[in-house]
Design a protein around this ligand. Structure first.
Ligand SMILES: Cc1cc2nc3c(=O)[nH]c(=O)nc-3n(C[C@H](O)[C@H](O)[C@H](O)COP(=O)(O)OP(=O)(O)OC[C@H]3O[C@@H](n4cnc5c(N)ncnc54)[C@H](O)[C@@H]3O)c2cc1C
Length: 284
């Protein structure tokens, strides 16, 4: 591993000044480090300077009127510990619980997960289904991008070298939501496929997304349209599952074949929607 200087600015402006002053490719941003430190150890990246975001005041989330804002550097375990999360946003609670181990979740952050933009991310499909916006900040101001526009390709995002992810906002908490995934080894692997569903009471429509298949998680609007109202019947569920199984984003890679993913996609969608309609779940 090449030597680097580690700095931990105490303010957002100092952190942004670090990025602005560094020649491109010579600096790296560190949140929890669960991905970045492995890259450094393996020599995949060799920055001269590493900027830790640890001291920035972004390590918290807050419930907004009807929505949720998550600071980019809040450890997943802190979000998971919020007793309201599972009731107010089940899909997000399920996705967080799917990430690695409890120890990893004390380190890993939402901002790091989005910054990494891995095809098998468990958080991204859910945040897509929740219609999340990513708030980016640089020396020249802030901008908000819908998550779908923020993601460009496998491990490629719209983030400029001088920008940081400050927060992620879900405009509407969706109590009728679920996330289901499939792995070869559930406790020690990443997802071959993940399916997130969320019913929006405001827009009166479903959002469905697919993860696990490269290059990046995607929305599946055709499948969502088949679900129609808040309580789809057997015919709607069967049509939506068929649509999802035919989605062009389901491809073959070293972790699963497209056939395997297609078989799972329809089943996971069916189960996820049924889970949101289970007795005891809030009415739409
Ligand atoms: C053993 C293991 C198991 C894992 N299992 C899963 C899993 O099951 N599901 C899953 O989804 N992920 C999994 N991961 C991936 C990982 O834990 C997540 O991607 C994590 O959320 C990254 O967060 P971090 O804070 O550690 O990011 P870091 O490693 O600190 O950063 C990751 C990338 O994002 C950039 N970045 C971080 N924060 C910001 C910011 N605020 N602004 C701009 N750029 C930023 C960094 O520069 C870096 O490029 C696993 C990782 C490991 C090592």
């Amino acid at each position: 591993m090449a030597a680097y200087v580690l700095v931990a600015p105490a303010s957002e402006s100092e952190a942004l000044a670090e990025l602005a002053a560094a020649p491109e490719g010579t600096i790296a941003v560190l949140a929890g480090g669960s991905d970045l430190l492995l890259d450094l150890e393996e020599g995949l990246r060799a920055p001269r300077r590493v900027v830790s975001l640890r001291r920035l005041p972004w390590r918290r989330h807050r419930w907004l009127s009807g929505g949720l804002e998550i600071g980019s550097t809040e450890p997943l375990a802190d979000l998971e510990a919020d007793p309201e999360l599972a009731a107010r946003c089940p899909a997000l609670a399920q996705a967080i619980a799917a990430v690695g181990s409890p120890a990893l979740r004390r380190q890993a952050t939402v901002g790091g997960n989005l910054g990494r933009a891995a095809p098998a991310s468990d958080l991204i499909p859910v945040l897509l289904a929740l219609d999340a916006e990513v708030e980016l900040v640089s020396g020249s101001g802030t901008r908000s991008l819908g998550l779908d526009r923020f993601l460009r390709a496998s491990r490629v995002t719209a983030l400029a070298p001088t920008e940081l992810i400050r927060s992620v906002r879900c405009p509407e908490v969706r109590t009728r939501s679920a996330y289901l995934w499939q792995r070869v080894r559930p406790s020690n692997d990443i997802s071959q496929i993940g399916v997130a569903v969320a019913w929006s009471p405001g827009e009166r429509r479903w959002r469905v997304s697919l993860g696990g298949s490269p290059p990046r998680p995607v929305l599946a609007e055709d499948a969502a349209a088949e679900l129609a109202g808040p309580n789809p019947g057997e015919t709607e569920l069967a049509r939506a599952s068929e649509r999802l199984a035919a989605h062009p984003a389901l491809v073959t890679d070293r972790r699963a074949s497209d056939e395997h993913r297609r078989r799972l996609a329809g089943t996971l969608l069916d189960r996820a929607v049924r889970a949101t309609m289970a007795p005891g779940r809030p009415a739409p």
